[in-house]
Design a protein around this ligand. Structure first.
Ligand code: SAH
Length: 244
């Protein structure tokens, strides 16, 4: 099994000391908590997220309800525990991120209801579904057409209508819908993609894992022509591949 996207917990422990409580958004509930045989797995995942320092109750509520296993394509579902403390393969050599990383990046973005969020790297659609369930308008770009199609179905099955998924190259962003209040990149470019920064509104936030072999989560806030950049946790994500 290829686990390409894991968090180095020693780094997490240091960084977590600095995390304040997040501004809570009014969540839109996804489908009711399913009785699907995974309730205990989800409860265990939520306990672990709390233990790791995730505080935003709305993010925890949404993750406690969303059936993460259904975002993993059926053919890959029995390869690993969908609610385990690790990324899981979703096919095409890609992974759905470790629950902690999903929750951590979401918390850092401080999503407010109705904000316009751009995600780069739709993958399974799980992160996009969480953002939509928190009340955001989500625009997500995925370069692998089969994953984009899978994610569209997975998100629709949860009755989350405010998610648009584009098959394309994330380096270009989605200029037709810019500016965005926040951008979350869930694959790792070697440098911060300039077109994404352009598509951020003044005051907007971006979170992106940057680097080739050694990566760090970078938090960025646009202030007029200035960028405030903060380096955060060491992480390991799949690379952001250049579009053709
Ligand atoms: N957010 C996802 C996990 C992302 S895995 C989830 O919740 O499941 C990273 C994804 O980024 C992969 O699906 C990969 O195909 C995609 N990707 C890589 N390079 C890309 C690019 N240039 N543009 C858009 N997507 C890209």
């Amino acid at each position: 099994m290829i686990l390409q996207d894991f968090l180095m917990l020693s780094g997490a422990a240091i960084a977590l000391c600095c995390i304040g409580a997040c501004q809570a958004a009014e969540p839109i509930d996804p489908a009711p908590a399913p009785h699907d045989g995974y309730a205990e797995s989800r409860a265990r995942m939520i306990r672990q997220l709390r233990d790791y320092g995730i505080k935003n109750q709305q993010i925890l509520n949404v993750m406690a309800r969303l059936p993460r296993h259904l975002f993993i394509p059926a053919a890959m579902r029995d390869r690993s525990d969908p609610y385990g403390d690790h990324p899981c393969p979703i096919g095409h050599n890609q992974t759905i991120s470790q629950p902690y990383i999903v929750a951590y990046m979401t918390e850092k973005l401080e999503i407010q209801p109705d904000e316009k969020i751009l995600e780069i790297g739709t993958g399974s659609g799980y992160q996009a579904a969480i953002l939509a369930a928190l009340g955001a308008q989500v625009f997500s770009i995925e370069i692998i057409p089969e994953l984009a199609e899978h994610a569209r179905t997975a998100v629709k099955d949860q009755s989350l209508s405010d998610v648009q998924i584009l098959t394309g190259d994330g380096y270009q962003g989605w200029p037709e819908h810019a500016p965005f209040d926040a951008i979350i990149v869930t694959c790792a470019p070697e440098n911060i993609p300039p077109r994404l920064v352009e598509q951020l509104r003044d005051g907007g936030r971006m979170i992106v894992p940057v680097g080739r072999y050694s990566q760090r989560l970078v938090l960025l806030r646009k202030r007029g022509s200035q960028l405030e950049i903060t380096e955060d946790l060491p992480v390991r994500f799949v690379p952001m591949v250049p579009g053709s």
